[in-house]
Every structure is written in C-alpha cells, then in structure tokens.
Design a protein around this ligand. Structure first.
Ligand code: 3PG
Length: 208
C-alpha cells in the first residue's frame, strides 16, 4: 500500500476531480494516466462520486484512486468500502480523524494554520493537505511554516493552477500540489479526453 508521503511523490499534481456521471470516471482516469499523472482524487461532492471510485478502482488499476472532500466519518467509511486507496479531508475534526484513521488507508488531512498542522503532527501525521492554499497565504505562508515545522510535507490545494504551481513546488516541504484545472467541467461534460490528457501532460511536466 502507498503511504501518505508516497502519495505526494506519484505526480507533481494531484488532480481534484468532480464528476456528475460515474460512467465517465474510467475515461477521465485513463486520460490523466496517459498524460503521466499517477493518482486521481475523486471528490465526494456529487452523488456519483462513490460509484466513480468503484469504477476507477476496478477498471483502471494503474492509477491510484482516492476520495477527496471527505468531511464526515460516514463518508470515510463509504469511500473505503468503495475501494478508495487514500482519503483527503479539507479540514480536520477529531471524529473525522478517528474515522479516517480507522479505515487503515493512507490519508492527507487538511490544515490551514500552524496550530492545525501542529495538532496533526502531535497525532503522528506528517503529510498534510494545505487548504485553502491561496486564500491561506499561498507559498509565502507555507515557506513560513517550514521554519518551525521543517519535518512536515504538504500538498497545497485551493486556488492552485498551472500558473502558480511552480511557486509551491519550489518549496522543500511541498511534495505535490492539488488542483481541479486538469479536468475542466466542460471537457468532462463533452467527453473531451484529449484535452484532459494534454492538461495532464502539462501538469506532469511541472515536476521537471
Ligand atoms: C479541493 O477540494 O481540493 C479544492 O476545491 C480544489 O481547489 P481548486 O478548484 O481551486 O483547484
């Protein structure tokens, strides 16, 4: 099983994907994979999300599929049952942390402040999602985090795009960034998988 820290090393960008139709999920995942992206975070923001996770896990075994926007203990359990290989939470409450930990899956718990990051570090968690990244101070904030907390690694997400991703990736504490720009709503709706593959290629190249 991939560890939380290894999740950040799969690709320079973790695509954050919102799908209305679970049937499109395998093709979206294949397009990302063809573009050189090794993981997909399917967000639990639509009724189709759990089925989408199931389909990708069954049909596209070469991509690591996880569940994002996990905000309740119940969602953590459902995502694990659907076959998610990892979980991502936008923020962290005690009950959510307990439920996510109980799944046994690697996960990226959300934190936006030094205190939140320290609370997670106290629980032995050293690989976090920095969310919402741009609204919480962007690369300058994360650079400041690295002073007192150099041992923590982050996946900044929220307002990250191809134009500012490199500013985050240049930081020693950033393993990858997360973002929804690889799978634009219209490209998904129109089945324009070539465009998704091309955006994935551009994102994969951000790693150097
Ligand atoms: C998330 O849930 O991680 C964010 O909503 C993704 O943010 P973005 O749409 O700004 O990339």
């Amino acid at each position: 099983m991939t560890t939380s820290s290894e999740l950040l090393d799969l690709s320079p960008v973790m695509p954050v994907v919102v799908l209305d139709d679970a049937d499109t999920a395998p093709d979206v995942a294949r397009a990302l994979l063809a573009g050189g992206i090794g993981a997909i975070e399917l967000t639990l923001r639509t009724p189709a999300a759990l089925e989408a996770i199931e389909k990708v896990a069954a049909q596209v075994p070469d991509i690591v599929v996880g569940a994002g926007t996990v905000t309740t203990p119940e969602q953590a359990r459902q995502a694990a049952e659907a076959g998610a290989a990892f979980l991502v939470t936008p923020g962290t409450t005690d009950s959510l942390l307990d439920a996510v930990t109980a799944t046994g899956l690697p996960f990226l718990p959300g934190a936006a402040t030094v205190s939140e990051a320290m609370r997670l570090a106290e629980r032995g968690l050293d690989t976090l999602k920095f969310f919402p990244a741009e609204a919480s101070g962007g690369p300058a904030a994360l650079k400041a985090f690295a002073g007192p907390l150099p041992h923590l690694r982050f996946c900044p997400t929220g307002g990250v795009s191809v134009s500012n991703a490199a500013d985050y990736l240049a930081l020693s504490t950033v393993g990858c960034v997360g973002g929804s720009w690889l799978t634009p709503k219209d490209a998904v709706a129109e089945g324009d998988f070539a465009r998704i593959e091309s955006l994935a290629k551009e994102a994969a190249a951000l790693g150097g």
